[in-house]
Design a protein around this ligand. Structure first.
Ligand SMILES: CC(C)(COP(=O)(O)OP(=O)(O)OC[C@H]1O[C@@H](n2cnc3c(N)ncnc32)[C@H](O)[C@@H]1OP(=O)(O)O)[C@@H](O)C(=O)NCCC(=O)NCCS
Length: 162
C-alpha cells in the first residue's frame, strides 16, 4: 500500500470512497468545494496496487493563522481496520510539519485520534460553536499550542456543504 498525493485522475475514485464510507454525499461535496475554493493544503490517497482505498484532506483554517483542519479521512469499508487510516493520518501530519504549519485541528472521536497525539485540552482556548468534547488539536511546531486561541474558523466550504 502506497500513500501518495491525490491526482486529478483520482477524483472519481475518491468520491466513491467518500460516499461509501460516510453513506452520504456531503463529505464528497465538501472535498470538491475545498478544491474549487483553493483551500486544500494536502490531499493524499492510499493506493493499493492501483486501486484507491483511502483518502485524507487537510485544508487551511481561516483562523487561527497557519493552522490546518483535518477533514475528512476515509477508508473503503472492505479495507478498514488494517492500519490504512492511521497511515494516512501519520503521513498528513508529517507533511504538515514539513510545510511549516503550526497546528492541526479536527472534529472527531477522541478514542481514535488521541493515538496520534491530538488532544481535546489543546483546544481549550479556542472559541467555537462546534462541540468542544470532540474538538481536538495537535501541535505541529513546538510551542505553537500557546498561540492557539481566539476564534476557530473553518474554510467557507464547510458552511456551504451540509
Ligand atoms: C475512521 C477510519 C478512517 C479509520 O480507518 P481504518 O483504516 O479503519 O483505521 P485503522 O485501521 O488505522 O485503525 C483502526 C482503529 O480505529 C478504530 N476506529 C475506527 N473508526 C473509529 C471511530 N469512528 N471511532 C473510534 N475508533 C474508531 C478502530 O476501532 C480500530 O481501533 P484499534 O486499533 O484499537 O483496534 C475509517 O474507519 C472510516 O473511513 N470510517 C468512516 C468514515 C469516518 O468516520 N471518518 C472519520 C471522520 S472524518
Amino acid at each position: 500500500m502506497n500513500i501518495r498525493a491525490a491526482a486529478p485522475a483520482d477524483s472519481e475514485a475518491v468520491r466513491t470512497i467518500l460516499r461509501q464510507a460516510f453513506g452520504q454525499d456531503a463529505e464528497a461535496d465538501l472535498v470538491e468545494a475545498l478544491r474549487e475554493s483553493g483551500d486544500v493544503v494536502t490531499e493524499l490517497v492510499a493506493d493499493e496496487g492501483g486501486q484507491i482505498v483511502g483518502h485524507i484532506l487537510l485544508s487551511e483554517l481561516q483562523s487561527p493563522d497557519r493552522c490546518v483542519a483535518l477533514a475528512p479521512v476515509s477508508v473503503q469499508s472492505d479495507f478498514q481496520g488494517r492500519g490504512i487510516g492511521s497511515a494516512l493520518i501519520r503521513e498528513a501530519i508529517e507533511r504538515a510539519k514539513s510545510g511549516g504549519w503550526l497546528a492541526m485541528i479536527l472534529l472527531g472521536e477522541p478514542d481514535y485520534y488521541s493515538r496520534f497525539g491530538f488532544s481535546v485540552g489543546a483546544c481549550a482556548k479556542l472559541e467555537t460553536s462546534y462541540p468542544k468534547d470532540y474538538m481536538m488539536a495537535l501541535e505541529l511546531r513546538p510551542g505553537s499550542l500557546a498561540k492557539l486561541h481566539g476564534n476557530l474558523a473553518y474554510p467557507a466550504a464547510f458552511d456551504q456543504v451540509s
